[in-house]
Design a binder for this molecule. Sequence first.
Ligand SMILES: NC(=O)c1ccc[n+]([C@@H]2O[C@H](COP(=O)([O-])OP(=O)(O)OC[C@H]3O[C@@H](n4cnc5c(N)ncnc54)[C@H](OP(=O)(O)O)[C@@H]3O)[C@@H](O)[C@H]2O)c1
Length: 245
Amino acid sequence: MLNRDEVIEQYRLVDRVSPWLRVNFVSSLDGAATHDGLSGGLGNDDDRLVFDTLRMLSDVIVVGAGTVRAEGYGGVRLSDSDAAWRVDAGLPPQPRVAIVSSRLDISPEHPFFTEAAVTDADGRPIVITHAASPADRRAALGEVAEVLVCGEAAVDCGVMSEALAERGLTQVLCEGGPHLFGTLIDADRVDELCLTLSPVLENGSAGRIARGGAAASRSMKLMHALPAGDMLFLRYHRLRSHPAG
Ligand SMILES: NC(=O)c1ccc[n+]([C@@H]2O[C@H](COP(=O)([O-])OP(=O)(O)OC[C@H]3O[C@@H](n4cnc5c(N)ncnc54)[C@H](OP(=O)(O)O)[C@@H]3O)[C@@H](O)[C@H]2O)c1
């Protein structure tokens, strides 16, 4: 079993001022991003600890609408001890949550909004979309979320990062899914990938962790490889100079 303090140390972000985009995924050994259509089937308690710690260390958790729809994603709320750790570190008790969507085919009644840990004006969920998304849906979601228009015909990842940083949300954790990850790779906006390798072969037709973008080859540097039983926790940085730890 991994130890919480060790995990915090391994993933701590040294520079919280410069914008930093970290992506977290779990994959089977043969590259599947899902088991029975969901990522949860690939994890275990150690993966949960890393997953929760990465949330605790972030300013905002960004997720694609496909993952929200597929996983019934919502109700992101840190444990009391993780919230207390953040307060001691000078952070708000809970990170913000943001959904990226073009179609905005999500109800204001979805748990992503109704079960958000913070719903007041300063901390409510964020909807990241673009100018060509349906205006009526933008208006409806504006009742329960802060809507950021980042780009003209698709979400521009650079504009998104700037808009989040303007709100003090520099430490971004992206929890997927594969299409959003593909978009981020396309735009060369991925600073870090935290990848859990789950000791299982899935075969079948499950997709891999990135898809949809143009072919690209972005070199990454291994920062650590943390084994826990048969599970392996990998942390990679994009190969370019950056002061973050
Ligand atoms: N293994 C893992 O760690 C992991 C992690 C997360 C998810 N998953 C799995 O991945 C699957 C979902 O995959 P997915 O690729 O559909 O999910 P996704 O990447 O979360 O969502 C794709 C959707 O996000 C929106 N989007 C992404 N990039 C955009 C951009 N640049 N501009 C505007 N909108 C953008 C679009 O939403 P609209 O359609 O609303 O326009 C798009 O259809 C699920 O089975 C889930 O379990 C696995």
